[in-house]
Design a protein around this ligand. Structure first.
Ligand SMILES: [Zn+2]
Length: 152
């Protein structure tokens, strides 16, 4: 049997313009999708991602991180990655317990220096390459920095 490929008219959930989509399931299933799914046309999708990227960039600039450089797609992906990594840093910071104030001070300083390293990473690609960084990886780097503080 030949593959069924149908064009369907759907309406954009943002600008309400009609546009066509190709769906590859059975006609019945496709009709269900056309009806139930939220559809967005390409220009609205682009606008939406741009807005999200701008908002993330702005929030990250507020904590001292620079705007990222790369293609539109790379920047959009990398600010999302950076947001997740910042959450990991914050999670780690909150989970630490200290014996005394001077330990806490040293830790704060190490976090500060860690973020300074991130401030230098302006290429979207760097963040994409490091997207799998775990809380453990971050903790290890913070420990390394703390060590240099001990010796200094
Ligand atoms: Zn639209």
């Amino acid at each position: 049997m030949a593959e069924d490929i149908y064009d369907y008219d759907v309406r954009c959930g943002t600008c309400h313009k009609k546009f066509k989509v190709q769906l590859f399931d059975s006609h019945e299933k496709n009709l269900f999708l056309v009806d139930k799914k939220s559809w967005y046309c390409e220009p609205c999708k682009k606008e939406y991602f741009k807005k999200q990227t701008d908002e993330r960039t702005k929030a990250q600039q507020e904590i001292g991180l620079p705007e990222l450089k790369g293609s539109v797609k790379q920047v959009s992906w990398s600010v999302k990655i950076r947001e997740e990594l910042i959450n990991k840093v914050n999670f780690l910071k909150k989970s630490l317990k200290f014996e005394n104030d001077s330990e806490k001070e040293k830790s704060d300083k190490a976090f500060e220096m860690f973020l300074m390293e991130w401030q230098e990473k302006t290429a979207a690609k760097w963040w994409i390459d490091h997207r799998k960084m775990t809380v453990r990886d971050i903790a290890d780097r913070i420990d390394e920095i703390s060590e240099t503080l001990n010796n200094g």
